[in-house]
Design a protein around this ligand. Structure first.
Ligand code: PMP
Length: 311
């Protein structure tokens, strides 16, 4: 598990305050009912530029704000404000290493009853430093979880809701307790969905396959990035279609992707070795492209990085 140390400041109730003072009441709606919506956004430190490069900030903020509609949330800050708050917190944190930005929109009212409409919401945000969230070099040993992924008509997983991470925590904990690094969720129909906090791609005889957005996945920003890079840089297409469990076992390559996971090769699934047990050539190529882009070393995609100069 990556080590996390909080930055000095948080954005809370409209102001930048010391993080230790950013506290909510135990009566807060979001604390009682899991009615928070959040994002996880990475910033990479570039020594060359002496700056933190926030990866796909606009896309993350866009997903956050769009998903507010599902939870009937309205806040006073605009998308532009949220972007600026993230940038300001990175500046104030003073980190010169990888960071992780966590904006949260939460139902802030001290009211009883699991309602959505008419319950006040607020924005808060903090920054921590973050290295690799999971191994990205030798490959992860993963299992198919006995826990099923939440269905869209139960708790929609396209919403990064705080409460829905109970589902992820159950699967990830089960996997770790059984000696695996990570879990793969199936949905109620037994089709492959995603990892506990990452999307999944398979390579099968030169084709890249990933579950479609209708399959109870979080539509990952990294997933969208990979789809675009596969098309632009590898000249291949990603097929978005349901994936059966046993397709995992016969895949040539499998990798996870996500803000935390980045591009993480899978070495085995349910103790069956994938390919030759080494990160495959397509996974390695994508890792290489991805890490150059997030470090600001590929001009073509420089608009994906928001540059925050360090002091
Ligand atoms: N699925 C889940 C359940 C996640 O928590 C995450 C991490 N945010 C992802 C997929 C990957 O999404 P993204 O690439 O936007 O970080």
């Amino acid at each position: 598990m990556a080590q996390m140390f909080p930055g000095k400041f948080a954005y809370f109730e409209g102001a930048y305050i010391p993080i230790e003072n950013a506290k909510i009441s135990i009566m807060t709606h979001a604390f009682n009912y899991g009615t928070g919506l959040f994002e996880g956004i990475r910033g990479y430190y570039s020594e060359k530029k002496n700056a933190i490069l926030i990866f796909r900030l606009k896309e993350h903020v866009n997903r956050l704000v769009r998903n507010c509609r599902i939870l009937c949330m309205e806040i006073s800050e605009t998308s532009e404000d949220i972007e600026n708050i993230c940038i300001e917190l990175v500046k104030r944190s003073g980190f010169k290493e990888g960071v992780y930005i966590r904006p949260i929109i939460y139902k802030s009212e001290l009211s009883l009853g699991p309602l959505l409409k008419g319950v006040e919401s607020k924005l808060c945000c903090y920054v921590i430093k973050l290295g690799d969230y999971c191994d990205i070099t030798s490959g992860l040993d993963v299992c198919v979880s006995s826990w099923r992924r939440l269905a869209d008509n139960a708790i929609p997983s396209r919403v990064k809701a705080t409460g829905s991470y109970i589902n992820s925590a159950l699967a990830a904990s089960e996997a770790k307790q059984a000696g695996f690094n990570e879990a793969i969720f199936l949905n109620e129909s037994g089709m492959v969905v995603e990892g506990s906090a990452m999307n999944i791609f398979l390579v099968h005889q030169g084709e890249l396959i990933t579950p479609p957005r209708s399959e109870s996945i979080l539509v990952g920003i990294t997933r969208n990035t990979i789809i675009e890079l596969v098309k632009n840089e590898l000249g291949l297409n990603v097929i978005e279609r349901p994936i059966a469990r046993t397709e995992l076992y016969v895949a040539d390559e499998i990798f996870f992707c996500g803000t935390g996971a980045q591009v993480a090769p899978v070495r085995s699934v349910d103790r069956r070795i994938i390919g030759d047990g080494q990160p495959g050539p397509i996974t390695k190529k994508l890792q290489d492209i991805y890490f150059k882009i997030v470090q600001g070393e590929n001009e073509k995609y420089s608009n994906w990085c928001t540059i925050v100069p360090c002091e």
